[in-house]
Design a protein around this ligand. Sequence first.
Ligand SMILES: Cc1ncc(COP(=O)(O)O)c(C=O)c1O
Length: 384
Amino acid sequence: MTLTLKPYVQTSPVYVAGASIESIRQTYGLEEVIKLASNENPFGPSPRAVEAIAQAAGGLNRYPPMTDDALRQALADTLGRGLTPAHFVTGNGGSEVLAMIAAVFLSPGDEFIISRPTFPMYEITARRAGAHPVYADLDPEQFTYRVDAILAAVTGRTRLVYLCSPNNPTGTIITAAQMDELIRRLPRHVLVVSDEVYFHYVSSPDYPDSLRYVLEDRNVIIIHSFSKAYGLAGLRLGYAIAPPGLAGYLARARQPFHLSQPALSGGLAALKDQAHLTKTISLTRQGRAWLSEQLRALRLAVWPAEGNFILFKPPFAAAEVSERLLRRGVIVRPMTQFYLPTHLRVTVGEPEENARFITALKEVLAELKAEGAPETTDTGPVQG
Ligand SMILES: Cc1ncc(COP(=O)(O)O)c(C=O)c1O
């Protein structure tokens, strides 16, 4: 008998991670490699989190607690606003929370709406559940949300609308006015998944207060992560914030002993070190401003960056620029999987890393110009 495989699982795209420092060292025979490719936090986790994780390691022969009550209580205390533990669902990173959402809200034949270019995990997790993408792409030049396009894309089969704000990879946000309009006009059968894993870094006064919608019991799930401003990408910890009814439903996708003890302890300790968080945010914003200025000075197209990364469009083929940066020991992220093969994304690093990236980029651009490499002029339309 032949196994029956689900065709939509077989054909769902697979996530391609940024290249690792070790692989680039080996491939190019380099000693010094810097990675500005995965929107990690170069300033590291809170020392208090590291200590808590080390302590937890000694007890790994035991199962962790079945519940994550203490962590959810700490999240409610940290975010305030009258949120309670019942508003939170934790998972092994925002990525897993996205997979849980797709598993419990989507069935084969359903539709979901995404605005490209954006984080590929929405399409990956939703297609793996058998749902079909409907695209309401960002404005192709400004990379701003088009609320009318999203609303026009809604059908009776639409289940989820994914928002990413700040959006990976463009760095742009949905504004408060836009989100308000969207929530007000969306029909009741549609759930908004607002991925805000980069929210700590936002400077814009136009950023929405999306917790308000959760507290108003709207069809909204917000996603946060410990991978970014808390500097704990390797720990795998993220969470959803939703009205308790929705959160309780989503929590059905959790496994027994869902989070490891290091994740439970490390997350709790990180939440208690707000000074470390504040410092990280401030250093990241400084680095972001410096990098944006440098890229603009090179006359490259750059978008308003509200996360810990900057999207830019090199004047030569992006893959070629990326490859030549690799040869100089600098890893940035090609954007092919993010629906934008003409652009590159650089993560804000430590000041020396940022400077090294800019120096290498200047060399690469000068080299390509000297070789007479063809210059690209288009703004790179979103690719299907
Ligand atoms: C927009 C967005 N959402 C979610 C994630 C997932 O983060 P994690 O699974 O590490 O929490 C990422 C990771 O880069 C991201 O860029």
